[in-house]
Ligand binder design. Structure first.
Ligand SMILES: [Ca+2]
Ligand SMILES: [Ca+2]
Ligand SMILES: [Ca+2]
Ligand SMILES: [Ca+2]
Length: 419
């Protein structure tokens, strides 16, 4: 099915149109841009060190009227890392209406596996993840917490399908029209006197997740940015019109629902009434998470972050008369070897033999959920005095991090209190 579409030429996409059943070809049934949904069952499988970790990639498509597309709509996939089936087809025996799914699996290639991972700023001399620096503000902004590009371990998946751009049908005729917005009797298409529409570029795989195809703007009205970040060099586009070039958005409505009057406002592919199609697409990142936890226990005082060495629940200014200080909090910064999130299902557990763990509540731990974070995650641990003194002045909080398949890694914090 896709081979047929690939063979279509600039003189027309008749192969495509005949694929959509005749009664649907002009009015409905073709996937439109704003209906196209792509999701993953898990964004952070344990795929950096292990092959065959599986992720379901689900695609949902609907047409301009938000009616599910008919059976037979082909969705095409590419993956920057791991492997994925080339396509799936909506409906039929195995897929529901307007939907289909494929299974991505971890294997080589693993994106940028040979790139040296070094934090942008050290944490007291340490340039290994978790990347954080010493300023909480600069951590939050990403300046101190994001690796320079290219960032290893992040596999962009691209899903695309032949479809059309979305528009707002202001006059309810089911077609894209021009509109005399300012009622001066002249319709000036160059000044946007059309029904509003989304204008999209050719599909591309956004390896570095910056929204650009190699820093070429998608909008026809924006100048291209010429500086190419290292992490964007491997990006590929899908040459829908076979002109050998990446085509930006063309400033025109590209779709089968072009009304017969406003053909100048619609992309011309040589078909009657400028009825055109385009690849609609989405990029999503799958983190191929590593199995070795990179962790650091940290104290945060205002904006300054320091290595947590211990907690004393007493103010010992007067050594003969220590005064309780109240509960205190330390923070665990957590990443994998590539400064990405650890895998889905990673457990962060605790044990404590002096003082009382107030957060996480009930002394329970944390679990890492599905996420695609490209910087360390932070977990809080708040320790207070026991309800009944345990006749112990010093002890330890031990925090242990373990991925589903990996070995546990622990960090210990000394806890002093009043008894
Ligand atoms: Ca209309
Ligand atoms: Ca990019
Ligand atoms: Ca092209
Ligand atoms: Ca367009």
């Amino acid at each position: 099915m896709f081979a047929l579409w690939s063979g279509s030429t600039t003189t027309g996409h008749n192969g495509v149109i005949s694929n959509v059943s005749d009664q649907l070809a002009i009015t409905t049934g073709l996937a439109d841009d704003n209906s196209f949904s792509v999701s993953a069952s898990t964004f952070n499988p344990e795929g950096w060190d292990y092959d065959n970790e599986l992720v379901d990639i689900d695609v949902l498509a609907a047409d301009h009227f938000n009616n599910m597309v008919p059976a037979g709509t082909v969705i095409v996939f590419t993956a920057e890392g791991g492997a994925i089936p080339g396509s799936c087809t909506t409906g039929g025996l195995t897929n529901p209406d307007g939907a289909c799914s494929v299974q991505w699996r971890s294997q080589n290639p693993r994106p940028f596996a040979t790139t040296l991972v070094q934090c942008p700023v050290p944490f007291y001399g340490d340039t290994n993840p978790p990347c954080m620096g010493t300023s909480k503000t600069l951590f939050d902004s990403g300046i101190n917490s994001l690796l320079p590009q290219p960032r290893p371990g992040r596999a962009t998946i691209t899903a695309y399908a032949i479809g059309e751009e979305s528009f707002v049908d202001l006059n309810g005729n089911g077609l894209f029209d021009v509109v005399d917005t300012n009622s001066d009797g002249v319709i000036d298409i160059d000044k946007g006197e059309t029904e509003p529409f989304t204008d999209i570029s050719e599909a591309f795989t956004d390896h570095n997740e910056d929204g650009f195809y190699r820093k070429i703007s998608q909008s026809s009205s924006l100048a291209d940015l010429l500086v190419q970040p290292v992490g964007s060099v491997g990006e590929e586009f899908v040459d829908y019109n076979n002109d050998g070039k990446f085509n930006k958005a063309d400033g025109k409505y590209t779709g089968l629902l072009c009304a017969s009057g406003p053909s100048l406002a619609c992309t011309d592919t040589g078909l009657d009434d400028n009825r055109a199609q385009v690849n609609i697409f989405r990029n999503i990142p799958i983190v191929m998470s590593g199995s070795t936890p990179m962790i650091r226990l940290v104290s945060i005082d205002g904006d300054t972050m320091t290595k947590a060495t211990g907690i004393d629940l007493m103010d010992r200014t007067d050594p003969l008369n220590p005064i309780p200080k109240g509960a205190q909090t330390v923070y665990l910064f957590v990443s994998d070897v590539n400064n990405n999130t650890l895998p889905y299902g990673t457990k962060i557990s605790t044990s404590i033999d002096n003082g009382k763990l107030l957060v996480p509540a009930g002394g329970e731990g944390y679990a890492i959920a599905s996420n695609a974070s490209n910087k360390p995650l932070i977990y809080a641990f708040t320790i207070g005095q026991e309800d009944q003194p345990n006749q112990k002045l010093s002890g330890a909080l031990v925090v242990t991090v373990k991925t589903p398949k990996g070995s546990p890694v622990s960090v210990t914090l000394n806890i002093k209190d009043g008894g």
